[in-house]
Design a protein. Structure first.
Length: 457
């Protein structure tokens, strides 16, 4: 009997651009442009620059693949490593609700690096990315809620997604793709403990996942073997990392249900678990004409996953850690109408922000928890200083498929991210975005930004 891992491998190897419905292709283009903005936003971030310095030290002095934050080139491996780290630091990359997985940050760095190295067409890049999304999302869903309580799914399922992307571009057949999954899965890693001490590990998770998946696929191309049942086997991922794994989720609707199209964009520059409550609070404030100083207390009614991830962050010490503080996110949203990069950078430690942060609490809500992770409902109860008790609810946070971003909004977001980081000028971004929106027409994927001749330049 064919195993789920084998079925998933066969799908990833056999998918062709012509098999993908046009709306899914358009959505893949949206996600690619959105990812590019997040990658440029990593320019200058200390954890990203540290990983980039590692790549310069350990990698080749030149190569065919673009390192976006440094305007340099390297091998596909090191370019994917750095670009994956860069695209996850601003907390603006996409998320798939049901798998609690950020596909873009591990899929597109591999797709871009290998496509540039191979001279692959834009159609091949997009098909490989779709394969990576479909595989990675299903692996995340398969590993389930118990996995996410301890493991950062983007770091674990991300290795398999990256392997599927790389394997597709490398032309692996189904058997070799299955070996690639085995080698990628045995390298799966990423633990949430880093949040307690504001450590830099989150960028390492995505960097490692992208690079490990690329390596696994390249090894499989050269006949390196991997575990055949790495996902559902008795000593595979589920056995070691989950208590509620469901193998059927690995093959759910393959070729008919396009999980990529279910992926959400991130509006606020923070952990996605904070977005539903932030949107619900902003709704209450708009409806009742409230200002931040009118808020006496805010109770957010959340799912257990939000408590697990955000609960340890009580007094955030860094900008990045503050993005995992429900109180900080809601305080910034209340003060400025949004929790964007500029607001976090300039105001996360303001006395006003901290005072309101400490008046925000999370409460487990049965309805919200039962709907999660398929739906991320936002519910808040607001106590005002004049004694009113107001309630707010958002069923689809901004960026979800039913409340999505337009292409104009995606463009504007990418331009904001680049302007904030200084990673590219407006003119450079406009030119790169134009190429990305029409990537499907490109006979070969070229450089997106002007680059130096080598990683060491």
């Amino acid at each position: 009997m064919t195993s789920p891992t084998e079925t998933l491998s066969r799908f990833a190897a056999g998918l062709r651009f012509g098999d993908i419905p046009a709306p899914v292709v358009r959505r893949a283009e949206d996600l690619l442009v959105d990812w590019f903005g997040s990658a440029i936003a990593g320019h200058g971030a200390r954890p990203v620059e540290t990983i980039a310095a590692f790549a310069r030290e350990m990698g080749p002095a030149a190569g065919p693949s673009e390192v976006l934050v440094g305007r340099t080139r390297s091998s596909p491996y090191f370019a994917a490593l750095v670009n994956a780290a860069a695209s996850h630091v601003a907390e603006q990359d996409d998320v798939h609700n049901g798998s609690v997985f950020h596909p873009a940050t591990v899929v597109f760095p591999v797709a871009l690096a290998l496509a540039q190295a191979l001279g692959a067409s834009g159609e091949r890049l997009l098909a490989a990315a779709v394969a990576g999304y479909e595989v990675g999302i299903r692996v995340g869903e398969f590993l389930g809620r118990s996995h996410y309580k301890v493991f950062h799914t983007t770091g674990t399922a991300g290795t398999i997604a990256a392997a599927a992307t790389a394997g597709h571009l490398l032309g692996l057949d189904a058997a070799r793709m299955q070996h690639a999954f085995g080698s990628a899965g045995t390298q799966a890693a990423g633990l949430w403990e880093f949040l307690r001490t504001a450590a830099d590990s989150k960028q390492l998770h995505t960097a490692h996942a992208a690079a490990a998946g690329l390596m696994a696929a390249t090894l499989a191309r050269d006949s390196f073997t991997g575990a055949q049942q790495i996902l559902e086997g008795p000593q595979g991922l589920a056995a070691g990392m989950s208590q509620d794994a469901d193998p059927q989720r690995l093959v759910d609707g393959l070729g008919t249900r396009w999980a990529l199209a279910e992926t959400s964009f991130k509006y606020h520059a923070s952990c996605r678990h904070t977005h539903p409550a932030a949107d619900a609070l902003l709704l209450v404030m708009r409806e009742h004409g409230l200002r931040a100083e009118d808020l006496e207390q805010v109770s957010t009614h959340v799912h257990q996953g939000a408590i697990d991830v955000l609960g340890p962050v009580v007094d955030p010490a860094t900008v990045h850690q503050s993005k995992f503080s429900m109180g900080t996110v809601l305080a910034l949203a209340a003060r400025f109408g949004q929790a964007g990069l500029a607001e976090f950078d300039a105001h996360f430690r303001d006395a006003e922000t901290q005072a309101l942060r400490d008046r925000v609490q999370m409460e487990l809500d049965a309805e919200v928890d039962a709907a999660y992770p398929k739906r991320w409902i936002g519910k808040v109860t607001v106590h005002t200083r004049d004694g009113r008790v107001l309630k707010g609810r958002v069923d689809e946070p901004k960026g979800d498929p039913g409340n999505t971003l337009s292409r104009e909004e995606i463009d504007a977001k990418a331009l904001r991210l680049a302007a904030f980081s200084g990673g590219a000028s407006e003119g450079e971004m406009q030119a790169a975005l134009e190429r990305l929106w029409h990537v499907a027409r490109a006979p070969a994927v070229g450089m997106l930004l002007g680059s130096k001749q080598s990683v060491g330049a």
